[in-house]
Structure formats: C-alpha cells, structure tokens
Write a protein that binds this ligand. Sequence first.
Ligand SMILES: NC(=O)c1ccc[n+]([C@@H]2O[C@H](COP(=O)([O-])OP(=O)(O)OC[C@H]3O[C@@H](n4cnc5c(N)ncnc54)[C@H](OP(=O)(O)O)[C@@H]3O)[C@@H](O)[C@H]2O)c1
Length: 332
Amino acid sequence: MAKVIRIRRHGGPAVMELVDVELPSPAPDEVRVRHTAIGVNFSDVNVRRGGFYPNYNPSFPLGIGNEAAGIVEGVGAEVVDFKAGDRVAYAGMRSQFYQDTGAYAEARNVPADRLVAVPPGVSDQQAAALLLKGCTASLIITDVYKPERDDIILIHTGAAGVGSILVQWSKHLGATVIGTVGSIQKVEIAKRFGCDHVILYREVDFVTEVKRIAPNGLTAVFDGVGKDTFLASLPLLRQLGRAVNYGNASGNVPPFNVMLLASKSLSVTRVGVTGHIQDTTSFRRVANRVFDLVQNGTITVNIDRTYPLAEASTAHADLEEGRFSGSVLLLP
Ligand SMILES: NC(=O)c1ccc[n+]([C@@H]2O[C@H](COP(=O)([O-])OP(=O)(O)OC[C@H]3O[C@@H](n4cnc5c(N)ncnc54)[C@H](OP(=O)(O)O)[C@@H]3O)[C@@H](O)[C@H]2O)c1
C-alpha cells in the first residue's frame, strides 16, 4: 500500500485527496521507488486546474506530480541499471508533462529508463528541488541562448524556481543580469542569487527601468511569466536579441504579429523541456550536467519550504500566490 494524492475532477487545491492505493509489483522494465522528496511545479497546478493543455482529456482519478527523488525498493526482471538501495530521481515520464503524472506519492513504480542516479554530494531533497527546473534552465542556456561576458540579460522572476537557476548560471558565465521580482521580500534573495539589478515589476514599470539600466538594449530576455511580461520585453532587446519564453505563470503569451521582430531582427523561442529530456540518454546527460553545477558550486539549490505530502493542497495554494523563492517540496 502507498498513500498518494489523487484528483477526481479538475479544480482548486482542495480537489487533491490523500488516498491509499495498492502498488502492483514493478513490471519487468520498472523500478519501485520509495520517494523521499517530491518536487512541486507550476505544471502540477496546471494539471490540477485543467484546461491549460490543448486537447487533453485525462481519465479520473488522476495522480499529480512529475518529479521526485527516492530510494530503489525493488526492480523488475529486466532492469540492469539499478538495484535496491540506489538513490534515484526523475522528472517526467515518457510522455508530455500532463500525462502519466503521479509523483505525489509515498512510492511509485517508474520505468527504469526515466530514472537517473543521484550522485554523492547531491541530496535527495536537492535532486527533487532541482531536476525539472534545472533541466529547463539547461535547455535555455546550453541549447537556446548561452549568456556571455558583455551580455546584459533580463531574467523575469529572478528569485523563482527556474528564474533563480537562470540567474546563477548566467552570472557564472559572466553576464550582467537584471532580475524582476514580485515582492520586496524577494529583492535581497534575487541579489543573493546574483542579480546585478533587481526591479520590483509589480510596483514600477519594468520597461522604463530596464531602459534606464541598459540604454543600449538587452542581448536576451528569459521569461517564465508570459502574459504580463513577454510582449512588453521585446522592444527592450537590441539588434539580433533573443527572447526566450519558457512559462506562463501569469497566463499565456497573447498571439502577436511577427513584424514586431523585424526592425531589430529579433528571435523568439518558446522552449518545452519535455522534448529535451524525452530519450533516456538526453535525460541523463542533461540531469548530470545540472547535478555537476550543484557539485561544483555554480548553482545553489534554494528549498524555500517543505510540506508533508498530506498538505499538498496548502502547498499548491501557496505556490499559486507566488509566495516562494526557489523550490518547494512535499515530504512523504
Ligand atoms: N517550458 C517548460 O518546459 C517549463 C519547465 C518548467 C517550468 N515551466 C513554467 O515556467 C513558469 C515558472 O516556473 P517556476 O518553476 O519558476 O515557477 P515558480 O517557482 O512557482 O515561480 C513562478 C513565479 O511567477 C511569478 N508570477 C507571476 N504571475 C504569477 C501568477 N499569476 N501566479 C503565480 N505566480 C506568478 C511569481 O514570482 P514573482 O513574485 O517574482 O512575480 C512566482 O514566484 C511556470 O509557468 C512553469 O509552468 C515551464
């Protein structure tokens, strides 16, 4: 038996229920993982609310969650990569992040090819707090736009989960970083992550402030807020600047005319981490790159708060208020 969070319909945080389920033995290609830390992500909120992902009709009851770390309890007959007692983590299954969810659980059977070994020097909590967000930051920085010395980058929500990793990594690469944050409490936190300038974007007009700080324009903007920030950020870019949207915390980026990009030959990328880590080799390569960044001190994992698994609905309600800096975990 294992306690798991399930929803029987879409809705607010209260639709999440803690229930007991019978766990079958692992299939030949599966590993039974006893979770020690579970990552809470905004995509979990989107799944719980429903209506976010086009053409998605899940069948209920539905598990929630895409990311966890834990200890291997048993393995299926064909599994050779892992054995009981190994420390492992995962971020997503073989499908989209709104499918095969169910990490909010004490234990779970996971296909062995979705697991990565957690190295010494990285704790279970760090792994669960970092993997999904770190893989997203890696997609942006390693594959879409690598900040360089002399770059001036705008990173929205510089104290948030993905944003704080982007800030630390961009600083490590030598860029000047302007971060936005939604509350006064996050200003110092964003500075500690490495922001050279911090803008309280709900209180002051960030466009005016960025123009003052970077009169020659930005080389790139990294944006996980979406509706409230993305289009307003485009004119802040310099010639050949790159705008990267990775999230929709405030809502989807509205449709826009590509002619907006023409005068400065701008590029726009909307990243999705699922495709980036879908095959096992890519997933483990990216995950290990992220673990290396922790081990060599480039990234500090900020775990803002932990909640018991049974309090997942409180964790969601708090997350939806944008209260946190860094990551949030559920502990079974
Ligand atoms: N493309 C991908 O593959 C991918 C992967 C990971 C995450 N994401 C997406 O990226 C976004 C950020 O992820 P994250 O892990 O960094 O999230 P997070 O740690 O929960 O941070 C989200 C931040 O967005 C800001 N925000 C602005 N409007 C908000 C609103 N209406 N409600 C709540 N927060 C709001 C808040 O920061 P301030 O207080 O500073 O405003 C909040 O702390 C999410 O939309 C997530 O789904 C996408």
